[in-house]
Design a protein around this ligand. Sequence first.
Ligand SMILES: [Ca+2]
Ligand SMILES: [Ca+2]
Length: 481
Amino acid sequence: MTRGALAGIAVTCLVTAGAWGAAKPDVLFIAIDDLNDWTGCLGGHPQASTPNLDRLAARGTLFANAQCAAPACNPSRAALMSGLRPFTTGVYENGQPYGKPLKDVLTLNRFLQREGYAVIGGGKIYHGGGGLPDEATTDWDHYFNRGPDPHPPEKSVSGLNNDHFDWGPVDAKDDDMGDHRLVTWASEELQKKHDKPLFLAVGFVKPHLPWYAPQKYFDRFPLESIQLPVVKTNDLDDVPAAGRAMAKPDGDHAAVVKAGQWKHAVQAYLATIAFVDGQIGRLMEAVDRSPRAKDLIIVLWSDHGWHLGEKEHWRKFALWEEATRPPFLIVAPGVTKPGARCEAPVDYMGIYPTIVDLIGLPVPKHVEGPSLRPLLVDPAAPWSHVSICTHGRGNHGVRDRDWRYIRYKDGSEELYDHRNDPYEWTNLAGDPKHADVKKLLAARLPATEAPDAPRGGGKEGGEGGGKGGGKGGKRKAAAEK
Ligand SMILES: [Ca+2]
Ligand SMILES: [Ca+2]
């Protein structure tokens, strides 16, 4: 689809405002940055401690087989907020500002604003950092800037001296942390009277790097007790060159191992996750005190997963399960049932249409994903969709219930059978026995892909974690990391 056609669609599908009469339900939209499946409810690491997130998941439906649309902050968030996949907008990477490509698109916040919602955000919802333009984030009634996080005095606690790829305890209290301020603000919003139905977007910035958290969270995970992720020696041997290039085994992984920092990093990620979980707990206490609690729709997602040495890879920026499977859950009173767990393959393109569906409005025509409502009603409902995750133009991972199929731009492939190989150790793409499965999954790949959106403003493949926010007004670009 051309950019012009895209804009045309966006304009023609504007929904007339003010069509609703009865009160619409309030929506609490919780974003987390860089949290992988290391949660109690997804079981990605045996030491992960997320009792609050687990309790929230138990209130509604946990999607246990969800994928992001892209394994990086900017394209993942641009896709789920716009309803348009990376290969429709051309926003594939962090270094491709979403502002212009989404300029005329009816994003989720714009849609709700036009439908009469008070649209209020704070923290990181879009990827606003790194000097990226922020045209698409100005459409909020109010945006809260959570401010910076405390840093230790030394430049690099880990000794790796690699920008914000660093970790360690910081001499700070919970309320010195930006995400603590974020929850304090959100809690106040939840108690306030609003004339309109409320869409409250709360974007946690942790556990994004650097993994600096108060000492008490590190104390909960003594270094000598730390379990490294389960890995297979020479796991990359059956991965094609394009995949090995994404893993970059000679980069972060080699440096972390050489510096003896692997366990330290795992400890710090677990500690930072535990900190964020405590903040989710504070937010849920505020929900329960709120007059809005009863009918409140809650949607929680993390923008993508994270590797900590699996396949000799660190960070996101890859198409394996660790990078693409984040926590994703929905609580919808009267629709979801407590404790529901859905194993159907879904991806984040379902977020926008599901919210619109749940509040009883027609889904704008440009939105590419299906509403997940049938799965909220019955987690075992028939579901013919697969999930697609795109990392750079031409590279995709397709997931159904049992399989992951990866195809890179050069045509090379991977195929993993999750029934027998949950860690994706054995690439079956070359096995003629599985040619039919491969063909079925390959048929789900896009036939055409938008050209790359212009680059600039952000670091290529970088991790600018925008905190955004002109206090009390429109969001301004914040060049923060
Ligand atoms: Ca992220
Ligand atoms: Ca392997």
